[in-house]
Design a protein around this ligand. Structure first.
Ligand code: SME
Length: 203
């Protein structure tokens, strides 16, 4: 049974051990559940609250102020009880805000050629993690919270059995109040967590 204690962090551990610990706790939390909305909700809560309990990030001036997901709009469930009367026309590719912890954020991020803009869109389109030391210098950065100084965005990559390459289906995004808030250890830890999450869900 998921429990709030899963976000408790052993004292004195380094960043690598921190991310291994979060990975392990998350694997327990996701076990037996394949719904992506449910799993992303618990994943964002676990990562966010674990970071709050980790002295390197905590709730001081290096705090991680946002942690959550944007997911390809096509993967969201369609309304079932009161379907919209508007006919669904095909829309340019876009990401929609998914489960997260932090202040309200922008709802929609375009990812189609010519319209894509921002760190999340770039990480999604390039299918690689982007580590941004100073968001103010990043061309096209979308500022959801003016207090954010740095950011890391890790794509969610799904390997389909009948496709050779991996397909991007969304992103995991973390924002920090400090410049250069994230480093290679965070990239490594978050990429493993992103893979765990993708594999744990039905898309
Ligand atoms: N900064 C992101 C937008 C999402 S928020 O940070 C939550 C971007 O440039 O894509």
């Amino acid at each position: 049974m998921p429990h709030a204690d899963s976000a408790m962090i052993p004292s004195g551990i380094d960043k690598q051990a921190f991310w291994s610990h979060v990975h392990e706790q998350l694997s327990y939390l996701l076990a037996g559940q394949r719904d992506w909305v449910t799993n992303l909700a618990n994943a964002s809560s676990l990562i966010f609250n674990s970071l709050m309990a980790f002295p390197e990030f905590g709730d001081g001036d290096r705090m991680v102020n946002w942690c959550g997901f944007y997911v390809n709009a096509e993967l969201f469930p369609a309304p079932k009880l009161a379907p919209s009367s508007e006919t669904q026309t095909s829309q340019p590719a876009r990401l929609l805000l998914g489960p997260f912890c932090g202040k309200p954020a922008c709802q929609l991020i375009h990812v189609s050629p010519g319209k894509a803009r921002g760190v999340c869109a770039d990480a999604y389109c390039q299918k690689k993690t982007l580590l941004v030391k100073d968001v103010d210098t990043y061309p096209g950065h979308i500022a959801c919270d003016g207090e954010t100084k740095s950011e890391i965005v890790c794509p969610l990559l799904l390997k389909l059995p009948n496709e050779g390459s991996e397909r991007a289906i969304g992103v995991l995004d973390l924002d920090c109040l400090a410049l250069s808030g994230f480093d290679e250890a965070d990239r490594e830890g978050l990429e493993k967590i992103a893979k765990l999450i993708v594999d744990a869900c039905d898309w």
